[in-house]
Write a protein that binds this ligand. Sequence first.
Ligand SMILES: O=P(O)(O)OC[C@H]1O[C@H](O[C@H]2O[C@H](CO)[C@@H](O)[C@H](O)[C@H]2O)[C@H](O)[C@@H](O)[C@@H]1O
Length: 254
Amino acid sequence: MSDSRLSPVPDLPPPPPRLLTGAALFLDFDGTLAPIADTPDGVEVDDDLLALLGRLRDRLDGRLAIVSGRSVATLRDFGFGQFLLAGTHGLELAEPGRPIEAPARLPAINEAEAAFQTFASGKPGVLVERKTISVGLHFRGAPQWGRQAGDLAAGLADRLDLALQPGKMLYELRPGGADKGSAVRALMRRAPMAGGTPLFIGDDVTDEEGFAVARDLGGAGILVGVPRATLAAFSLEQVAAVRHYLAQGVAGTD
Ligand SMILES: O=P(O)(O)OC[C@H]1O[C@H](O[C@H]2O[C@H](CO)[C@@H](O)[C@H](O)[C@H]2O)[C@H](O)[C@@H](O)[C@@H]1O
């Protein structure tokens, strides 16, 4: 988000556990519920996390959703199928056990993927992530290619009329028309999230739209990780602190 509403690097307080009482809780996945790994497939979701989220969802009368840049199909493969899901940066929505609400994969995404594959070929550490309706170009394993990866992705976004989604050592191309903020807005109009106070926890720039809408709807954002310009009102320093915070919500302490 390039937004004048972003505050300079702030010294944010930790979130009080009482915010979880009555919350409609929106949780980012990578970097928030699981630590960043070298590759997209290197992330592991442990049973303790799933059990913790299940208990918290029950305590919140169902008002817990995962809002991720991953596709819904991938989130389900990770074991999150029992939760309300918004995938591909808000383009996909899915209730547990229900069909995924999503646009079709565009031919332009296939064209972008082919261009990414050509770029990645012969560059160890550069990785193309094929996703359901989008595609990612990762350079965590070869940061020296980051600038050229960004130039390529920006050029393709212009030419193919796709949205450019920067991430952590990653450029993604996807259809426009939604973001994590629009997903929060859409889910807040529906059961079971409607009636709660939105609380969005995330680490990446793509989570800023979620923080913004949570704040606009009377709630707040919680930034995970290194301080930066943000619309979040609170911060937690790492994934372990997020889990500890969520566990306090289950216990009902404040
Ligand atoms: O919205 P999120 O749940 O945070 O998903 C954002 C992207 O996360 C993944 O990439 C990031 O995590 C990888 C695993 O830790 C890491 O290797 C990569 O460098 C990060 O950018 C995922 O692969 C993407 O599809 C998500 O959009």
